[in-house]
Design a protein around this ligand. Structure first.
Ligand code: ADQ
Length: 500
């Protein structure tokens, strides 16, 4: 079996710093959990990426650190502060991220960010090349590393490379907002397999490739000038067993055994009672990275509208928003945080009663056991991103429910997950009135209807796990051997076949 070499911008966070809190800013993104799951059990596999640290010097930045986590070998390196600024905070998060999520008004382009982005691709490629063996499968993740495949090819890599985009792929009009739309597409075309979460993103990519590169599409492969690539849909999932009720939600082995597990349990129960306001109140829950794509301010408006229009629910329900800090150095994110905190301060100020606060806000990252308990206790999971590649919170919420008495998932159409989780209460995240109605509908839903919807949602979550996602992608990458002209090359390059 070929080794799998995963490359992503960021490696998983270092070990947790306390029983629940996993630090102010960590790699809590769905990517980390899904990829660790995919690599576990594949002998010799490796995950390469930035370790989240800043190097004091350029020389230190070039040093690879090897370690192991949850049975997976990791090779990591720091970035210099100039790279971090231009590549990560700049081009990745202020140019690519808003373009990919169709937030045209938030796009900022700077020549020096572009240059830093290109330079970091070269650095990833330089660090990777000595580690690669001829039969390896290289799987590159996400928008941070779109041109990495091209850099590897330039350095002579003839092996198979795949790319998965965790964000949406936008329509052509938005893609063309990028500084070099054609060049970025050409870079994507260097991969043997390109994957997206849902059909709509694949459709956008195929359309852009046909229009800007003149590629042909046969429903499975894109071909142009003798190059071919598989382009397909691979919806990312979770490990449902890890979120199910009664899953081992104590701390990991080595963290203190049963006593610690009991303490975690007690603390969770105490926290949850406080969150509900020490009453038998219904809980509506939102869990997000604090990112403008997640639509938290719009959701708070919807919650406000719900409590204003449906006063009978005041005191009987509470909205809990858990927001994990994210990209805190970027001004737009600080501004988003201020906006959220101002809105909830105003709403709580206007609507609270001495014994009831409508919105509880927790600005931190929690570990999985507590998050699972929160999901399980919540009567409504409110997941309303304005735009999202998939959204794993929606799947985690479904997996964590008690099938005998499940909560209701509300999901916005603009999350990739809505393409799969069709039995959620589907709403328009841009229209607070629609979301407010969804909340009332969910809270009033009879048990039999909740069970019916949950049964179908759970079946989808269980059929479409992180493992299935990774297996399908890697199988296609293995099969891509025959499709790519690079694969038959051996030590020398052979001109591309036209029989694609
Ligand atoms: P994200 O934008 O990070 O991921 P999402 O898919 O919802 O979004 O994953 C968030 C993850 O972070 C979940 O696993 C959740 O449990 C965790 N999380 C969120 N808030 C947390 C908190 N306060 N404490 C602890 N954990 C928290 C990107 C794309 C998504 C895509 C994933 C995977 O933007 O669209 O679904 O990658 O491809």
């Amino acid at each position: 079996m070929s080794r799998l070499i995963v490359v992503s911008n960021r490696l998983p966070a270092p070990p947790a710093t306390g029983p629940h809190l996993v630090g102010r800013e960590t790699t809590v993104g769905g990517l980390a959990a899904a990829i660790l799951g995919a690599l576990q059990g594949r002998a010799g596999s490796l995950w390469v990426g930035w370790n989240g640290r800043t190097a004091a010097s350029g020389r230190a930045a070039g040093t690879l650190l090897h370690h192991r986590r949850e049975g997976v070998d990791l090779a990591s390196f720091p970035l210099t502060s100039a790279e971090l600024d231009g590549y990560y905070h700049g081009f990745c998060n202020q140019t690519l991220w808003p373009v990919l999520h169709c937030f045209q008004g938030r796009v900022r382009t700077r020549l020096r960010d572009e240059a830093a982005y290109d330079a970091v691709q070269g650095r990833f490629a330089d660090l990777l090349m000595p580690m690669l063996r001829r039969d390896d499968l290289v799987w590159v993740h996400d928008y941070h590393l779109i041109p990495l495949g091209r850099e590897l090819r330039r350095r002579g890599w003839r092996g198979r490379i795949g790319f998965f985009l965790h964000t949406p792929f936008p329509p052509l009009e938005l893609w063309e907002v990028l500084p070099r739309p054609r060049g970025m597409l050409e870079a994507l075309f260097e991969y043997d397999v390109v994957g997206f979460h849902v059909q709509g993103f694949l459709d956008n990519y195929v359309y852009c490739t046909r229009r800007l590169l003149g590629a042909d599409w046969d429903g499975r492969r894109l071909a142009q000038a003798g190059r071919a690539q598989i382009a397909s849909v691979y919806p990312v999932g979770i490990d449902p067993d890890a979120w199910r009720p009664h899953a081992g939600h104590g701390p990991a082995a080595g963290d203190g055994g049963e006593d610690a597990a009991a303490r975690v349990g007690e603390a969770s129960v105490a926290n949850l009672k406080v969150l509900r306001g020490l009453q038998d109140r219904r809980m509506i829950l939102g869990v997000d990275r604090l990112d403008y794509t997640k639509g938290i301010p719009q959701r708070l408006q919807a919650v406000e509208r719900f409590f204003r229009r449906r006063p009978e629910w005041r005191r009987r329900a509470v909205y809990v928003q858990v927001a994990s800090p994210s990209r805190v150095q970027i001004p737009e994110y600080a501004e988003q945080r201020r906006r959220i905190e101002a809105t909830l301060g105003r709403v709580n100020g206007e609507l609270s009663e001495p014994d009831w606060t409508p919105i509880r806000y927790l600005y931190r990252a929690y570990d999985r056991p507590l998050l699972a308990r929160l999901y399980r206790e919540a009567d409504v999971g409110l997941v309303t991103p304005l735009r999202d590649g998939m959204n794993l919170v929606a799947k985690e919420y479904v997996a964590a429910q008690d099938p005998a008495d499940p909560g209701v998932l509300i999901l916005s159409h603009t999350a990739g997950a809505a393409q799969q989780l069709k039995d959620a209460v589907l709403v328009n995240a841009f229209v607070p009135a629609d979301v407010a109605e969804g909340i009332a509908f969910a809270l009033e839903m009879p048990l039999a209807e909740r069970q019916r919807r949950h049964g179908r949602l759970l079946a989808t979550v269980v059929d479409s796990t992180a493992e299935v996602w990774a297996d399908r992608f890697v199988n296609d990458l293995e099969r891509a051997v025959a499709a790519s002209p690079y694969q038959v090359a051996g030590p020398e390059f052979v001109p591309p076949s036209t029989q694609i």
